[in-house]
Design a protein around this ligand. Structure first.
Ligand code: PLP
Length: 360
């Protein structure tokens, strides 16, 4: 395609988990469960549905481009100013905005070899030079990452916890990396799974770097808050950084229904607790079953588990699909012997294990 900018043709398109309706259509199935995209297994909070419904009567108007009420509530929660916050069309968007706002010609980004795929896609679209840091035993290797930093480094992307491995980097590792960052580079902490990991003993509090360092912290309403379909996430940083991100975002990037629902979600501690409890009990169940099946898994602090099912994981993925169970096959990450499974409801977890046993 000669029309396209050259580097765009090198971009590997993102392959999402298959939608339920697509699998139903393609395989003629009536019942399909999706445990592929690390969504919340529970229906969205009731108060969010009500808030979303209430907002529908203003759909003739554009949304509030500044997400005023949501930013005000987030500012209160984090004891920050609204000027320290940006709301995005999913936290994904903030990754794209950071590259758009800060990456200069010939500058580099550092990403882990197996991590959230959007860092690579967005960096390729932005024309960045990408340096890849291999994982060490399925974990970010902070010393390796630090060794790749040069005076051309602009952004270092850290998914903490990481997807697809479910592992995390500790307080000490964050402190080490922060101490190695050059003045003109940004440390990007993607904490989309924060609510699942926050009570882990040595999980870092990155907010304490906000004022002193060039950091961006992103979190999401798609996971623990159960609003993936609405696409809302947010970024926290010092005012100067947020100002630059705002300059390059679309004026109405977050729709009004999403803003209303996210605001309602923020006050719903019960829902988040219910979610994390469900995830913890589902995780124990799946770990136990994997052990019984003799399958290696990577201990996870998130709502998903990477599990090794053997050389023919693509075959197993397809067989599960035929039984109406969508998991994530791992070839995009070159982890070909693994599948990634999102922790579902009790019934979904049991269905998955029954099917997996049957196939193996
Ligand atoms: C590590 C990580 N960051 C960000 C996201 C995207 O979150 P959002 O829905 O807020 O764009 C995901 C989604 O799977 C993720 O795994």
């Amino acid at each position: 395609m000669k029309l396209a900018r050259k580097h765009i043709l090198k971009v590997k398109p993102y392959i999402p988990g298959k939608p339920i309706e697509e699998v139903k259509r393609e395989l003629g199935l009536k019942e399909v469960i999706k445990i592929a995209s690390n969504e919340n297994a529970l229906p969205p909070p009731r108060r969010c549905i009500l808030a979303a419904k209430r907002s529908l009567s203003s759909l003739n108007r554009y949304p509030d481009g500044g997400s005023f009420y949501l930013k005000r509530a987030l500012a209160k929660r984090f004891k920050l100013k609204p000027a320290n916050i940006i709301v995005g069309n999913g936290s994904d968007e903030i990754i794209i905005l950071a590259l758009r706002a800060f990456l200069k010609k010939d500058e580099e980004v550092i990403i882990a070899k197996q991590t959230f795929l959007i860092y690579e896609v967005a960096s390729q679209v932005a024309g960045a030079r990408i340096k890849y840091a291999p994982l060490a035993n399925f974990k970010y290797d902070i010393r390796k990452i630090a060794s790749l930093i040069t005076n051309k480094t602009k952004l270092v992307f850290i998914a903490n916890p990481d997807n697809p491995t479910g592992t995390y980097i500790t307080k000490e590792e964050v402190a080490y990396l922060a101490s190695k960052m050059p003045k003109n580079a940004i440390l990007f902490f993607d904490e989309a799974y924060y609510e699942f990991a926050k009570s882990v003993k040595d999980y870092p509090d990155t907010l304490k770097y906000l004022k002193r360092k060039n950091v961006i912290i992103t979190r999401s309403f798609s996971k623990a808050y159960g609003l993936a379909g609405l696409r809302v996430g947010y970024g926290l940083a010092k005012e100067g950084i947020i100002d630059c991100l705002n300059r390059v975002r679309e004026p109405f990037n977050v729709n009004s229904v999403a803003q209303a629902a996210a605001l309602a979600a923020l006050g719903d501690k019960k829902y988040v607790n219910k979610t994390t409890k469900l995830v913890e009990s589902g995780k124990s169940f799946l770990y136990k079953e994997f052990k019984l099946l003799g399958l290696r898994y990577i201990p996870s602090v998130t709502n998903f588990i990477l599990v090794e099912v053997g050389k023919n994981s693509k075959v197993i993925y397809k067989k599960l699909l035929k039984k109406g169970i969508i998991v994530r096959e791992m070839s995009p990450w070159k982890l070909n012997s693994f599948i990634r499974v999102t922790i579902g409801t009790r019934i979904e977890n049991r269905k998955f294990i029954r099917a997996l046993k049957n196939i193996l």
